[in-house]
Ligand binder design. Structure first.
Ligand code: HEM
Length: 225
């Protein structure tokens, strides 16, 4: 049986790392920010979206398979890439080098943010056994409280910006490394397009934070029981 050389194994690791950042993690981030922004439409619309998610069959299995395991793989490989490479921003002060350094930095910030964010939402939800229609009021109550302090708001604003930057800049790097966009003009145009994607996602997230902060509306379960 053919075995991989050290260089081939390294190459494969980088490819898996780059792919997991887009599918499923990037896809999750886009949906997550879009669904949460329903809070700007109204508390009921938002509550129904959380109800929908928490009434899905095999929810925990879906989350483990499509969110938690890919996140863990992507994070561990990300730390490996960071600690095995050398940032060259000081020797070559060009925009792309700075973006590359920021890519690594925001990856670390998102990791810390996720420990906080999941530790204050999903973990207590599971520990308290809040399933089905009981999950939404429980989670909305937590979010209402988190957004009543500037510390809470700043943690979310920094977490959202880091995640959207990391994703949109990562999208550009992904397209180059997988040979999807070749040629300088195409790469420049893609850079503009992905910057717009990043701005739209950031605005969605920031609008949600503002809505929670200035209109913390408590809710009761859609269906009692
Ligand atoms: C306005 C900003 C955000 C709000 C209001 C928000 C809200 C929530 C809520 C309510 C949950 C629990 C879902 C459930 O168990 O039903 C959750 C889970 C989660 N959030 Fe966020 N989130 C926000 C931003 C982010 C960002 C920027 C990221 C990525 C860095 C993120 C990643 C996650 C992950 C990975 C989970 C666990 C997935 C799951 O178990 O379903 N969130 N979020």
């Amino acid at each position: 049986m053919a075995t991989l050389s050290k260089d081939q194994a390294h190459f494969l690791l980088l490819k898996i790392h780059s792919l997991t950042g887009i599918v499923p993690i990037g896809v999750f981030l886009v949906f997550h920010l879009a669904i949460n922004s329903l809070r700007t439409v109204g508390p009921l619309q938002y509550q129904l979206s959380i109800d929908f998610i928490n009434n899905l069959p095999f929810l925990f299995g879906i989350e483990v398979l499509f969110i938690y395991i890919p996140l863990l793989i992507h994070s561990l490989m990300g730390f490996y890439v960071v600690f095995s490479g050398k940032p060259n921003v000081l020797r070559y002060p060009y925009a792309r080098n700075w973006l590359y350094t920021l890519q690594r930095l925001t990856g670390g910030v998102v990791f810390v943010f996720l420990v906080y964010h999941m530790g204050t939402t999903v973990v207590p939800k599971i520990m308290e056994g809040k399933t089905l229609f009981a999950a939404a009021p429980f989670l909305i109550d937590i979010l209402n409280q988190e957004f009543q302090t500037w510390t809470g708001r700043i943690i979310y604003l920094v977490g959202i910006f880091s995640a959207t930057f990391h994703f949109s800049n990562g999208l550009w790097a992904f397209c180059i490394s997988w040979g999807i966009i070749i040629g300088q003009t195409a790469q420049r145009n893609a850079g503009v397009l992905f910057t717009l994607v990043g701005i739209v996602l950031t605005l969605l997230g920031f609008a949600t934070v503002m809505e929670f902060s200035f209109h913390p509306i408590p809710v009761t379960p859609t269906v009692e029981g």
